[in-house]
Design a protein around this ligand. Structure first.
Ligand SMILES: [Zn+2]
Length: 195
């Protein structure tokens, strides 16, 4: 059973993960939407709600281990693994290369589910997939809470996200929100109200 989009969006709004207004992003671009997935995961019960749907989606795949890219994917990976009753490990970048550290290992043929919180370009997930294959493991599928690519990101294994979220961004000189005359604020500024 899939989780209704409205339910996910209301969880995001409730926790400040999804804000509406006029924002100055760290990239220098402006947006009417600010999204920070970590803010919903600060509440373990919400992590459980979201990850239960990921776990249920992949339950029949006989997953051995969940692997996530640090840092963003770790909480979602851990919770999804808990709900599947399997092991959870994560990769980190060492000298630019995504790799297992901390003594984490996978064995040849191990059935891997890659879990990420948000996919934008899918770059980190692709690096995790490559690292797992280098180690001889079998990547079965990819799951994410949010696909921010507008459905453009593709992997060579099945991919399931709970929500597709397209966030429009604008250069300041052509920002329609600036044209309305309100100043752009940095997310997290005092007095910011969630949409
Ligand atoms: Zn603007």
């Amino acid at each position: 059973m899939s989780i209704p989009k409205e339910k996910i969006i209301s969880l995001f709004k409730e926790t400040g993960a999804l804000l509406e207004g006029h924002f100055l992003l760290t990239s220098g671009l402006h947006s009417g939407t600010y999204f920070q997935c970590a803010k919903v995961f600060q509440y373990p019960r919400h992590a459980e709600t979201l990850c239960r749907h990921l776990a249920d989606h992949f339950r029949s795949e006989r997953i051995d281990t969940v692997v996530s890219p640090a840092v963003g994917g770790i909480v979602a990976g851990q919770e999804t693994a808990r709900l599947l009753g399997v092991r959870s490990i994560f990769t980190e970048r060492a000298e630019g290369k995504m790799t297992l550290r901390r003594g984490f290992e996978v064995r040849p043929g191990e059935r891997i589910l890659v879990i990420e919180d948000v996919t934008t370009t899918g770059g980190s997930v692709k690096e995790v997939i490559a690292a797992m294959r280098d180690a001889g493991a079998e990547v079965i599928a990819v799951g994410a809470v949010v696909d921010r690519s507008g459905g453009n990101v593709r992997f060579d294994v099945p991919y399931h996200s709970l929500l597709r979220l397209e966030v429009a961004v604008y250069p300041p000189e052509s920002c329609p929100l600036c044209a309305l005359g309100t100043p752009a604020v940095k997310p997290g500024s005092r007095g910011l109200k969630s949409g």
